[in-house]
Design a protein around this ligand. Structure first.
Ligand code: NAP
Length: 463
Protein backbone atom coordinates (compact mmCIF):
# COMPACT_ATOMS: atom_id res chain seq x y z
CA UNK A 1 0.00 0.00 0.00
CA UNK A 2 1.14 3.51 -0.76
CA UNK A 3 2.45 5.51 2.20
CA UNK A 4 -0.14 7.46 4.20
CA UNK A 5 -0.69 10.83 2.60
CA UNK A 6 -0.14 9.59 -0.94
CA UNK A 7 -2.67 10.09 -3.77
CA UNK A 8 -4.25 6.63 -3.33
CA UNK A 9 -3.95 6.54 0.46
CA UNK A 10 -4.84 9.97 1.85
CA UNK A 11 -4.23 10.73 5.50
CA UNK A 12 -7.69 10.35 7.04
CA UNK A 13 -8.36 12.60 10.01
CA UNK A 14 -11.43 12.94 12.22
CA UNK A 15 -11.73 16.29 13.96
CA UNK A 16 -14.27 16.39 16.79
CA UNK A 17 -15.64 19.85 17.56
CA UNK A 18 -16.22 22.47 14.87
CA UNK A 19 -15.28 25.63 16.73
CA UNK A 20 -12.34 27.83 15.70
CA UNK A 21 -9.68 25.29 16.81
CA UNK A 22 -11.33 22.51 14.78
CA UNK A 23 -11.57 24.69 11.67
CA UNK A 24 -8.01 26.03 11.96
CA UNK A 25 -6.74 22.45 12.34
CA UNK A 26 -8.77 21.31 9.31
CA UNK A 27 -7.42 24.21 7.27
CA UNK A 28 -3.82 23.45 8.23
CA UNK A 29 -4.26 19.77 7.38
CA UNK A 30 -5.97 20.38 4.05
CA UNK A 31 -3.50 22.95 2.81
CA UNK A 32 -0.50 20.58 3.07
CA UNK A 33 1.09 20.66 -0.38
CA UNK A 34 3.01 17.39 -0.22
CA UNK A 35 0.38 15.35 1.58
CA UNK A 36 -3.07 14.29 0.49
CA UNK A 37 -5.40 14.67 3.46
CA UNK A 38 -9.12 14.21 4.00
CA UNK A 39 -10.80 15.68 7.06
CA UNK A 40 -14.18 14.81 8.50
CA UNK A 41 -15.24 17.44 11.03
CA UNK A 42 -17.83 16.31 13.58
CA UNK A 43 -20.06 18.39 15.81
CA UNK A 44 -22.80 17.39 18.21
CA UNK A 45 -24.94 20.29 16.93
CA UNK A 46 -26.24 20.58 13.37
CA UNK A 47 -24.55 23.99 13.31
CA UNK A 48 -20.79 24.58 13.08
CA UNK A 49 -18.48 27.26 14.56
CA UNK A 50 -18.72 26.56 18.30
CA UNK A 51 -18.38 29.68 20.41
CA UNK A 52 -18.34 31.94 17.33
CA UNK A 53 -22.02 31.11 17.03
CA UNK A 54 -22.88 30.24 20.64
CA UNK A 55 -20.48 32.42 22.65
CA UNK A 56 -19.50 35.62 20.85
CA UNK A 57 -21.95 38.32 21.91
CA UNK A 58 -24.73 39.13 19.44
CA UNK A 59 -23.75 42.81 19.38
CA UNK A 60 -20.24 41.83 18.24
CA UNK A 61 -21.20 40.78 14.72
CA UNK A 62 -17.87 41.93 13.27
CA UNK A 63 -16.03 39.28 15.28
CA UNK A 64 -18.28 36.68 13.68
CA UNK A 65 -17.02 37.59 10.21
CA UNK A 66 -14.16 35.15 10.89
CA UNK A 67 -16.71 32.57 9.72
CA UNK A 68 -15.82 33.54 6.13
CA UNK A 69 -12.41 31.90 6.65
CA UNK A 70 -14.03 28.73 7.95
CA UNK A 71 -16.35 28.67 4.93
CA UNK A 72 -13.27 28.71 2.73
CA UNK A 73 -11.91 25.72 4.61
CA UNK A 74 -15.23 23.94 4.21
CA UNK A 75 -15.05 24.52 0.45
CA UNK A 76 -11.67 22.76 0.21
CA UNK A 77 -11.46 19.41 -1.45
CA UNK A 78 -11.29 16.65 1.14
CA UNK A 79 -13.41 18.46 3.74
CA UNK A 80 -16.70 17.09 5.06
CA UNK A 81 -18.89 18.21 7.96
CA UNK A 82 -20.91 15.77 10.04
CA UNK A 83 -23.22 17.78 12.30
CA UNK A 84 -25.66 16.34 14.84
CA UNK A 85 -23.18 13.57 15.69
CA UNK A 86 -22.23 13.28 19.34
CA UNK A 87 -18.78 11.92 20.07
CA UNK A 88 -19.00 9.40 22.91
CA UNK A 89 -22.69 8.63 22.20
CA UNK A 90 -23.12 8.26 18.44
CA UNK A 91 -19.48 7.42 17.75
CA UNK A 92 -16.85 5.99 20.05
CA UNK A 93 -13.12 6.62 19.91
CA UNK A 94 -12.61 2.99 18.89
CA UNK A 95 -14.99 3.48 15.96
CA UNK A 96 -13.17 6.63 14.90
CA UNK A 97 -9.83 4.84 15.09
CA UNK A 98 -11.32 2.15 12.87
CA UNK A 99 -12.04 4.73 10.18
CA UNK A 100 -9.31 7.33 10.53
CA UNK A 101 -5.55 7.35 10.89
CA UNK A 102 -5.68 10.16 13.42
CA UNK A 103 -8.31 11.73 15.67
CA UNK A 104 -8.13 15.32 16.87
CA UNK A 105 -10.38 16.54 19.69
CA UNK A 106 -11.21 20.24 19.71
CA UNK A 107 -14.21 20.11 21.99
CA UNK A 108 -13.56 23.34 23.89
CA UNK A 109 -14.51 23.97 27.49
CA UNK A 110 -18.16 23.16 28.00
CA UNK A 111 -18.46 23.60 31.75
CA UNK A 112 -17.66 26.43 34.14
CA UNK A 113 -15.83 27.14 37.37
CA UNK A 114 -17.67 27.38 40.65
CA UNK A 115 -17.16 30.00 43.34
CA UNK A 116 -17.35 27.40 46.09
CA UNK A 117 -19.27 29.64 48.49
CA UNK A 118 -22.48 29.04 50.49
CA UNK A 119 -25.70 29.84 48.63
CA UNK A 120 -24.13 29.37 45.21
CA UNK A 121 -26.97 27.10 44.10
CA UNK A 122 -29.84 29.32 45.22
CA UNK A 123 -32.39 30.08 42.53
CA UNK A 124 -31.09 33.05 40.55
CA UNK A 125 -27.39 32.26 41.08
CA UNK A 126 -26.08 30.96 37.79
CA UNK A 127 -23.01 30.55 35.67
CA UNK A 128 -22.61 33.29 33.07
CA UNK A 129 -22.02 30.55 30.51
CA UNK A 130 -25.69 29.58 30.87
CA UNK A 131 -26.85 33.14 30.28
CA UNK A 132 -24.51 33.49 27.29
CA UNK A 133 -25.70 30.21 25.75
CA UNK A 134 -29.30 31.28 26.37
CA UNK A 135 -29.11 34.71 24.74
CA UNK A 136 -27.17 33.21 21.85
CA UNK A 137 -29.87 30.63 21.16
CA UNK A 138 -27.67 27.59 21.87
CA UNK A 139 -30.02 24.56 21.88
CA UNK A 140 -28.58 23.33 25.23
CA UNK A 141 -29.63 26.52 26.99
CA UNK A 142 -32.78 27.68 25.23
CA UNK A 143 -35.05 26.06 27.85
CA UNK A 144 -33.69 28.23 30.68
CA UNK A 145 -35.82 31.10 31.84
CA UNK A 146 -34.25 34.36 32.89
CA UNK A 147 -36.74 36.65 34.55
CA UNK A 148 -35.04 40.02 34.40
CA UNK A 149 -37.92 41.87 36.05
CA UNK A 150 -35.78 42.60 39.08
CA UNK A 151 -33.81 45.54 40.50
CA UNK A 152 -30.19 44.52 40.82
CA UNK A 153 -27.79 41.83 39.65
CA UNK A 154 -24.16 40.99 40.38
CA UNK A 155 -21.72 39.74 37.78
CA UNK A 156 -18.69 38.09 39.38
CA UNK A 157 -15.38 38.22 37.51
CA UNK A 158 -13.50 40.71 35.38
CA UNK A 159 -12.94 38.76 32.17
CA UNK A 160 -14.35 39.54 28.74
CA UNK A 161 -17.25 37.13 29.26
CA UNK A 162 -18.28 39.23 32.28
CA UNK A 163 -18.06 42.31 30.04
CA UNK A 164 -20.35 40.65 27.48
CA UNK A 165 -22.90 39.74 30.14
CA UNK A 166 -22.87 43.21 31.69
CA UNK A 167 -23.19 44.86 28.28
CA UNK A 168 -26.10 42.68 27.17
CA UNK A 169 -27.88 43.43 30.47
CA UNK A 170 -27.16 47.15 30.18
CA UNK A 171 -27.65 47.89 26.49
CA UNK A 172 -30.76 49.55 25.11
CA UNK A 173 -33.23 47.25 23.37
CA UNK A 174 -33.08 49.48 20.27
CA UNK A 175 -29.50 48.23 19.77
CA UNK A 176 -30.06 44.62 20.72
CA UNK A 177 -32.97 44.22 18.34
CA UNK A 178 -30.61 44.84 15.42
CA UNK A 179 -28.55 41.78 16.38
CA UNK A 180 -29.00 38.01 16.09
CA UNK A 181 -29.78 37.63 19.80
CA UNK A 182 -32.31 34.82 20.40
CA UNK A 183 -35.86 36.13 20.06
CA UNK A 184 -36.97 34.85 23.50
CA UNK A 185 -33.93 36.59 25.08
CA UNK A 186 -34.86 39.84 23.37
CA UNK A 187 -38.36 39.54 24.85
CA UNK A 188 -36.99 38.91 28.36
CA UNK A 189 -34.57 41.82 28.02
CA UNK A 190 -37.42 44.10 26.87
CA UNK A 191 -39.11 43.39 30.18
CA UNK A 192 -35.95 43.98 32.21
CA UNK A 193 -36.33 46.36 35.14
CA UNK A 194 -32.70 46.11 36.17
CA UNK A 195 -31.38 49.36 37.61
CA UNK A 196 -28.05 48.29 39.06
CA UNK A 197 -25.44 45.88 37.74
CA UNK A 198 -22.57 45.22 40.14
CA UNK A 199 -19.44 44.09 38.33
CA UNK A 200 -17.20 42.60 40.97
CA UNK A 201 -13.47 41.99 40.49
CA UNK A 202 -11.51 40.20 43.18
CA UNK A 203 -8.28 42.02 42.32
CA UNK A 204 -7.64 45.60 41.23
CA UNK A 205 -8.45 47.40 37.99
CA UNK A 206 -4.78 47.10 36.99
CA UNK A 207 -4.98 43.28 37.13
CA UNK A 208 -8.39 42.98 35.44
CA UNK A 209 -8.60 40.37 32.66
CA UNK A 210 -10.84 42.47 30.40
CA UNK A 211 -9.30 44.10 27.34
CA UNK A 212 -9.42 47.78 26.37
CA UNK A 213 -12.17 47.76 23.73
CA UNK A 214 -14.46 45.74 26.00
CA UNK A 215 -14.19 48.05 29.03
CA UNK A 216 -14.32 51.09 26.76
CA UNK A 217 -17.65 49.90 25.37
CA UNK A 218 -19.07 50.00 28.88
CA UNK A 219 -18.04 53.64 29.25
CA UNK A 220 -19.95 54.53 26.08
CA UNK A 221 -23.31 52.91 26.77
CA UNK A 222 -26.27 55.08 25.91
CA UNK A 223 -28.55 53.56 28.51
CA UNK A 224 -26.25 53.07 31.49
CA UNK A 225 -23.44 54.77 33.37
CA UNK A 226 -20.25 52.93 34.28
CA UNK A 227 -19.61 54.10 37.83
CA UNK A 228 -16.24 53.54 39.50
CA UNK A 229 -15.07 54.11 43.06
CA UNK A 230 -12.12 56.56 43.14
CA UNK A 231 -10.47 54.61 45.98
CA UNK A 232 -10.25 51.51 43.76
CA UNK A 233 -8.12 53.45 41.29
CA UNK A 234 -5.56 54.80 43.73
CA UNK A 235 -2.25 53.14 42.99
CA UNK A 236 -0.23 51.85 45.91
CA UNK A 237 3.31 50.43 45.77
CA UNK A 238 2.44 46.88 44.58
CA UNK A 239 0.14 48.26 41.87
CA UNK A 240 2.74 50.76 40.66
CA UNK A 241 5.22 47.89 40.45
CA UNK A 242 2.71 45.66 38.66
CA UNK A 243 2.05 48.29 36.00
CA UNK A 244 5.73 49.11 35.61
CA UNK A 245 6.49 45.42 34.97
CA UNK A 246 3.44 44.65 32.80
CA UNK A 247 4.54 43.49 29.35
CA UNK A 248 1.28 44.46 27.65
CA UNK A 249 0.00 48.05 27.56
CA UNK A 250 -3.54 46.70 28.20
CA UNK A 251 -3.34 47.05 31.97
CA UNK A 252 -2.17 50.65 31.95
CA UNK A 253 -4.81 51.55 29.35
CA UNK A 254 -7.53 49.85 31.38
CA UNK A 255 -6.48 52.04 34.32
CA UNK A 256 -6.63 55.17 32.16
CA UNK A 257 -10.07 54.29 30.80
CA UNK A 258 -11.44 53.67 34.28
CA UNK A 259 -9.73 56.68 35.83
CA UNK A 260 -11.40 58.90 33.22
CA UNK A 261 -14.74 57.68 34.56
CA UNK A 262 -14.15 59.17 38.03
CA UNK A 263 -15.12 62.71 37.03
CA UNK A 264 -18.43 61.48 35.60
CA UNK A 265 -19.49 60.43 39.08
CA UNK A 266 -22.80 58.60 39.18
CA UNK A 267 -23.91 59.98 35.80
CA UNK A 268 -27.51 60.57 34.83
CA UNK A 269 -28.72 57.35 33.15
CA UNK A 270 -31.37 55.32 34.90
CA UNK A 271 -29.22 52.21 34.87
CA UNK A 272 -25.88 51.94 36.68
CA UNK A 273 -23.04 49.56 36.08
CA UNK A 274 -21.05 49.67 39.33
CA UNK A 275 -17.52 48.40 38.81
CA UNK A 276 -16.20 47.43 42.24
CA UNK A 277 -12.69 46.08 42.51
CA UNK A 278 -10.88 44.34 45.39
CA UNK A 279 -14.18 42.60 46.14
CA UNK A 280 -14.89 38.88 46.56
CA UNK A 281 -18.27 37.26 47.07
CA UNK A 282 -18.25 35.10 50.22
CA UNK A 283 -21.91 34.05 50.42
CA UNK A 284 -24.97 34.27 48.22
CA UNK A 285 -27.78 35.31 50.56
CA UNK A 286 -31.43 34.30 50.43
CA UNK A 287 -33.87 31.63 51.49
CA UNK A 288 -34.99 29.93 48.32
CA UNK A 289 -33.83 32.52 45.86
CA UNK A 290 -31.08 35.10 45.70
CA UNK A 291 -31.71 38.14 47.86
CA UNK A 292 -28.23 39.49 48.30
CA UNK A 293 -24.52 38.94 48.31
CA UNK A 294 -22.13 39.04 51.23
CA UNK A 295 -18.82 40.42 50.06
CA UNK A 296 -15.35 40.85 51.49
CA UNK A 297 -12.94 43.64 50.76
CA UNK A 298 -9.63 42.34 49.41
CA UNK A 299 -6.07 43.50 49.32
CA UNK A 300 -3.32 42.34 47.01
CA UNK A 301 -0.89 39.79 48.41
CA UNK A 302 2.18 38.37 46.73
CA UNK A 303 2.30 34.59 46.41
CA UNK A 304 5.44 32.41 46.37
CA UNK A 305 5.94 33.05 42.65
CA UNK A 306 5.65 36.80 43.11
CA UNK A 307 2.17 36.99 41.56
CA UNK A 308 -0.37 39.38 43.04
CA UNK A 309 -3.34 37.49 44.45
CA UNK A 310 -6.53 38.65 46.15
CA UNK A 311 -6.42 38.25 49.92
CA UNK A 312 -9.37 38.98 52.22
CA UNK A 313 -9.10 41.83 54.72
CA UNK A 314 -11.82 40.54 57.04
CA UNK A 315 -13.96 43.57 56.19
CA UNK A 316 -17.40 42.32 55.14
CA UNK A 317 -20.54 44.00 53.83
CA UNK A 318 -23.75 43.06 52.03
CA UNK A 319 -25.39 44.22 48.82
CA UNK A 320 -29.00 43.60 47.81
CA UNK A 321 -29.15 41.77 44.48
CA UNK A 322 -31.76 39.53 42.88
CA UNK A 323 -29.46 37.53 40.62
CA UNK A 324 -25.82 36.49 40.61
CA UNK A 325 -23.95 35.54 37.44
CA UNK A 326 -20.60 33.94 38.11
CA UNK A 327 -18.27 34.64 35.20
CA UNK A 328 -15.09 33.17 36.57
CA UNK A 329 -13.93 31.01 33.71
CA UNK A 330 -15.02 28.12 31.52
CA UNK A 331 -13.85 24.60 32.30
CA UNK A 332 -13.25 21.64 30.00
CA UNK A 333 -15.00 18.33 30.48
CA UNK A 334 -13.54 14.89 29.83
CA UNK A 335 -14.65 11.79 27.95
CA UNK A 336 -14.82 8.25 29.29
CA UNK A 337 -11.64 6.35 28.47
CA UNK A 338 -9.64 9.44 27.50
CA UNK A 339 -7.07 10.92 29.93
CA UNK A 340 -8.29 14.07 31.65
CA UNK A 341 -6.69 16.55 33.99
CA UNK A 342 -9.56 17.42 36.36
CA UNK A 343 -7.77 20.32 37.99
CA UNK A 344 -6.79 22.05 34.80
CA UNK A 345 -9.97 21.03 32.94
CA UNK A 346 -7.88 19.93 29.95
CA UNK A 347 -6.84 16.72 28.20
CA UNK A 348 -3.15 16.32 29.11
CA UNK A 349 -0.91 16.66 26.08
CA UNK A 350 2.54 17.42 24.80
CA UNK A 351 2.37 19.77 21.82
CA UNK A 352 -1.14 18.49 21.11
CA UNK A 353 -0.27 14.78 21.50
CA UNK A 354 -2.57 13.32 24.14
CA UNK A 355 -0.55 11.76 26.96
CA UNK A 356 -1.55 9.40 29.75
CA UNK A 357 -0.51 8.83 33.36
CA UNK A 358 2.30 10.27 35.41
CA UNK A 359 4.80 9.04 32.86
CA UNK A 360 2.90 10.96 30.20
CA UNK A 361 2.89 8.11 27.67
CA UNK A 362 1.56 9.29 24.31
CA UNK A 363 -1.85 7.91 23.36
CA UNK A 364 -1.15 6.88 19.79
CA UNK A 365 -3.10 8.71 17.07
CA UNK A 366 -5.01 10.98 19.48
CA UNK A 367 -4.51 14.76 19.49
CA UNK A 368 -6.08 17.90 20.92
CA UNK A 369 -6.35 21.56 19.94
CA UNK A 370 -7.96 24.70 21.36
CA UNK A 371 -9.38 25.16 24.86
CA UNK A 372 -9.44 21.43 25.65
CA UNK A 373 -5.68 21.45 24.95
CA UNK A 374 -4.55 24.63 26.72
CA UNK A 375 -7.51 25.82 28.84
CA UNK A 376 -10.03 28.64 28.25
CA UNK A 377 -7.76 31.54 27.36
CA UNK A 378 -7.08 33.86 24.48
CA UNK A 379 -9.18 35.21 21.66
CA UNK A 380 -10.51 33.34 18.59
CA UNK A 381 -7.29 33.91 16.65
CA UNK A 382 -5.20 32.36 19.46
CA UNK A 383 -6.56 29.01 18.31
CA UNK A 384 -4.84 29.29 14.95
CA UNK A 385 -1.20 28.92 16.06
CA UNK A 386 -2.44 26.44 18.67
CA UNK A 387 -4.06 24.23 16.01
CA UNK A 388 -1.10 24.62 13.64
CA UNK A 389 1.23 23.36 16.41
CA UNK A 390 -0.94 20.27 16.90
CA UNK A 391 -1.03 19.56 13.16
CA UNK A 392 2.76 19.82 13.10
CA UNK A 393 2.91 17.06 15.74
CA UNK A 394 0.43 14.96 13.76
CA UNK A 395 2.50 15.19 10.61
CA UNK A 396 5.74 14.50 12.47
CA UNK A 397 4.13 11.30 13.81
CA UNK A 398 3.10 9.97 10.39
CA UNK A 399 6.14 7.71 9.84
CA UNK A 400 5.18 5.86 13.04
CA UNK A 401 1.69 5.18 11.69
CA UNK A 402 2.77 3.07 8.76
CA UNK A 403 1.66 -0.37 9.87
CA UNK A 404 -1.07 -0.81 12.45
CA UNK A 405 -3.07 2.33 11.69
CA UNK A 406 -2.62 1.65 8.01
CA UNK A 407 -4.80 -1.45 8.22
CA UNK A 408 -7.32 -0.43 10.86
CA UNK A 409 -8.14 2.97 9.40
CA UNK A 410 -9.13 3.24 5.82
CA UNK A 411 -12.07 0.89 5.63
CA UNK A 412 -15.56 1.92 4.71
CA UNK A 413 -16.86 5.47 4.84
CA UNK A 414 -18.03 6.66 8.28
CA UNK A 415 -21.42 7.57 6.82
CA UNK A 416 -22.17 3.85 6.42
CA UNK A 417 -21.72 3.31 10.15
CA UNK A 418 -23.71 6.43 11.01
CA UNK A 419 -26.60 5.26 8.81
CA UNK A 420 -26.46 1.79 10.37
CA UNK A 421 -26.75 3.48 13.76
CA UNK A 422 -29.63 5.70 12.51
CA UNK A 423 -27.70 8.87 13.30
CA UNK A 424 -29.41 11.72 11.46
CA UNK A 425 -26.22 13.53 10.46
CA UNK A 426 -26.13 16.93 8.82
CA UNK A 427 -23.73 17.82 5.98
CA UNK A 428 -22.15 21.20 5.32
CA UNK A 429 -24.63 21.77 2.50
CA UNK A 430 -27.44 21.03 4.97
CA UNK A 431 -25.97 23.56 7.38
CA UNK A 432 -25.85 26.10 4.55
CA UNK A 433 -29.58 25.63 4.09
CA UNK A 434 -30.15 26.27 7.80
CA UNK A 435 -27.87 29.30 7.54
CA UNK A 436 -29.77 30.73 4.56
CA UNK A 437 -33.14 30.13 6.23
CA UNK A 438 -31.98 31.96 9.36
CA UNK A 439 -30.70 34.89 7.31
CA UNK A 440 -34.00 35.06 5.39
CA UNK A 441 -36.00 35.04 8.63
CA UNK A 442 -33.80 37.84 9.97
CA UNK A 443 -34.11 40.01 6.85
CA UNK A 444 -37.79 40.63 7.41
CA UNK A 445 -36.96 42.00 10.87
CA UNK A 446 -33.88 44.01 9.89
CA UNK A 447 -31.63 41.59 11.79
CA UNK A 448 -28.55 39.67 10.57
CA UNK A 449 -30.39 36.40 11.19
CA UNK A 450 -33.08 34.89 13.34
CA UNK A 451 -31.59 31.73 14.77
CA UNK A 452 -33.24 28.37 15.05
CA UNK A 453 -32.71 27.44 18.66
CA UNK A 454 -33.72 23.78 18.75
CA UNK A 455 -32.18 20.85 16.92
CA UNK A 456 -35.71 19.68 16.12
CA UNK A 457 -36.52 22.87 14.19
CA UNK A 458 -33.24 22.64 12.29
CA UNK A 459 -33.81 19.01 11.28
CA UNK A 460 -37.44 19.71 10.38
CA UNK A 461 -36.26 22.36 7.95
CA UNK A 462 -33.94 19.87 6.27
CA UNK A 463 -36.01 16.74 6.13
P1 NAP B 1 -10.98 35.06 32.04
O1 NAP B 1 -10.52 36.08 31.07
O2 NAP B 1 -10.01 34.03 32.47
O3 NAP B 1 -11.52 35.86 33.33
C1 NAP B 1 -11.93 35.20 34.47
C2 NAP B 1 -12.18 36.22 35.57
O4 NAP B 1 -12.72 35.52 36.68
C3 NAP B 1 -10.93 36.94 36.06
O5 NAP B 1 -11.27 38.26 36.33
C4 NAP B 1 -10.62 36.19 37.36
O6 NAP B 1 -9.93 36.97 38.31
C5 NAP B 1 -12.01 35.91 37.85
N1 NAP B 1 -12.11 34.86 38.84
C6 NAP B 1 -11.66 33.57 38.73
N2 NAP B 1 -11.97 32.89 39.83
C7 NAP B 1 -12.62 33.74 40.66
C8 NAP B 1 -13.21 33.62 41.94
N3 NAP B 1 -13.19 32.46 42.60
N4 NAP B 1 -13.80 34.70 42.48
C9 NAP B 1 -13.85 35.87 41.81
N5 NAP B 1 -13.32 36.04 40.59
C10 NAP B 1 -12.71 34.99 40.02
O7 NAP B 1 -12.23 34.24 31.52
P2 NAP B 1 -13.52 34.60 30.63
O8 NAP B 1 -14.03 35.96 30.89
O9 NAP B 1 -14.42 33.43 30.84
O10 NAP B 1 -12.96 34.55 29.14
C11 NAP B 1 -12.39 33.37 28.57
C12 NAP B 1 -11.52 33.76 27.37
O11 NAP B 1 -12.37 34.18 26.29
C13 NAP B 1 -10.60 34.92 27.68
O12 NAP B 1 -9.37 34.71 27.05
C14 NAP B 1 -11.32 36.11 27.06
O13 NAP B 1 -10.51 37.18 26.70
C15 NAP B 1 -11.97 35.46 25.85
N6 NAP B 1 -13.13 36.25 25.42
C16 NAP B 1 -12.88 37.27 24.56
C17 NAP B 1 -13.91 38.09 24.18
C18 NAP B 1 -13.63 39.24 23.26
O14 NAP B 1 -12.56 39.28 22.67
N7 NAP B 1 -14.53 40.18 23.11
C19 NAP B 1 -15.21 37.89 24.67
C20 NAP B 1 -15.43 36.84 25.55
C21 NAP B 1 -14.37 36.02 25.94
P3 NAP B 1 -8.34 36.87 38.49
O15 NAP B 1 -7.75 37.66 37.36
O16 NAP B 1 -8.10 37.46 39.83
O17 NAP B 1 -7.98 35.39 38.40
Amino acid sequence: MEAIGGESNPLRVAVVGSGPAGFYAAEELLKQSDLKVVVDLFDRLPTPYGLVRGGVAPDHQKIKSVIKLYERTAARQGFRFFGNVTFGADLSLTELFGHYHQVLLSTGAESDNRMGIPGEDLQGSLPATQFVGWYNGHPDYRHFEFDLRCRAVAVIGNGNVAMDVVRILAKPISELEKTDIADYALEALKQSTIEEIFMLGRRGPAQAAFTNPEIRELTALESADLVVRPEDLELDGPNEEFLANAKEPTHKRNMDILTAQIEKGDGSAARKVRAWFFTSPVEVLGNEKVEGLRIEKNQLVKDDQGNLRAGGTGEFSEIAVDMVFRSIGYKGTGFAGIPFDERGGIIPNDEGRVVDGEERHPVERLYVAGWIKRGPSGVIGTNKPDAIATVKSMIEDLPRLEGSAQETAGGEDISVLLREKSVDFVSFADWQRIDQAEIERGKALGRPRLKFTTVKEMLALLR
